[in-house]
Design a protein around this ligand. Structure first.
Ligand code: GH3
Ligand code: MG
Length: 327
């Protein structure tokens, strides 16, 4: 879009094979304060559209070579044309052209000879409408971001975690591939808050979230804040071995933050414990199973002494393999 800033006038692409009509349109629109750019046929219009991203297109229906209808059809295929209104200029009383104009995606039409006050009002209204649509789309995207992101740490929130875990569980069940889940919990975080204050606690959680996020590299992996001081990492197509290496790397990354914690009973710095579960999901099974397994491994990591990673081993359940940290 070329007119986000209010200072910059909207850009109108005028497409007509008759130079005289183009001139009339140009002068009329420039009088209204618009910027204009011109094309003399459909093909040129497509090129200029992509180069200049106009706010509206005035498109003559009848032109040699590629006419307005074909051009309109092709414009609809461009991603960048999503909110750009196309106003077709058709012959007077030409019912068929009017019908075709709407069929190929024009938002409205004016007839020749052009009734200038009508044209001015339509152009103004259509540009306002498309700007409102864009603002609405941006607001919706922001809303979508807000309902899926944890405000404090800027990683995915619990809601997004549940949604993504369910989705990837289904996908791995279809493809019969392993899904791994790491649950991380900060050690002695209550006493961290008690010692350094709640705001320092918040900053600590932010730093830990960032460290986890920086460690997790694949696009399909998801880092989420699962609860107060608990983080979850969903790893599609990852076996236990891979998840174990990653969990150890996460613990190491947190330890290298070197956030002092004088009242931790396991380290002089803030540490985390992690539980890992890996499953090739059965079709129609419930994804909550992997959360329960990872939670169990995490509990075991805590009771075994904290500052460590534990892997839930389904085959030899309830045995849990212990991997002390650092790797
Ligand atoms: P453990 O090693 O067994 O995990 O002990 P812990 O003290 O970390 O666990 P506990 O569940 O007793 O305490 C968790 C603390 O985390 C208590 C709670 O106030 C704090 N907490 C949860 N969410 C937040 C938050 O958003 N900000 C801050 N600053 N603290 C939080
Ligand atoms: Mg804790």
């Amino acid at each position: 879009m070329t007119t986000i800033s209010p200072e910059e006038p909207s850009l109108v692409l005028i497409v007509d094979d008759e130079p005289f009509i183009r001139m009339q349109l140009r002068l009329s629109l420039q009088c209204e304060g618009y910027r204009t750019v011109e094309a003399q046929d459909g093909r040129e219009a497509l090129t200029i559209f992509q180069q200049r991203r106009p706010d509206i297109v005035l498109l003559d229906a009848i032109m040699p070579d590629m006419d307005g209808f074909d051009c309109c059809t092709q414009l609809q295929c461009l991603d960048s044309s999503k909110y750009t209104p196309i106003l077709m200029i058709t012959g007077l009383e030409d019912q068929e052209s009017v019908d075709r104009a709407f069929e190929v995606g024009a938002i409205d039409y004016v007839t020749k000879p052009i009734h200038w006050p009508v044209l001015r009002q339509r152009v103004k209204r259509l540009i306002q409408q498309s700007q409102l649509q864009r603002q609405l789309e941006a607001a919706n995207q922001e809303l979508q971001r807000l309902v899926t992101i944890d405000e404090l740490t800027q990683v995915a929130n619990r809601r997004r975690f549940e949604e993504y875990c369910a989705q990837e569980w289904q996908r791995m069940a279809r493809e019969q591939l392993p899904l791994s889940l790491i649950l991380c919990d900060v050690d002695f975080f209550k006493s961290y808050n008690d010692t350094y204050g709640h705001q320092a606690g918040d900053r600590c959680l932010q730093a830990i979230a960032k460290a986890i996020k920086n460690t997790v590299k694949r696009p399909a992996d998801l880092v989420a804040r699962y609860g107060g001081e608990e983080f979850a990492v969903i790893l599609p197509q990852t076996d236990a071995e891979g998840a174990l290496v990653l969990a150890q790397t996460i613990c190491y990354a947190v330890s290298t933050l070197a956030i002092p914690h004088n009242n931790s009973q396991v380290s002089s710095y803030v540490s985390i414990s992690a539980g890992i579960a890996t499953e090739i999901p059965h079709p129609n099974s419930d994804f909550q199973a992997i959360i329960a397994a990872a939670d169990r491994a995490l509990y075991q990591a805590k009771t075994e002494g904290r500052d460590r990673v534990q892997l839930y081993n389904k085959q030899s359940s309830p045995t849990i393999t212990v991997y002390p940290f650092p790797p």
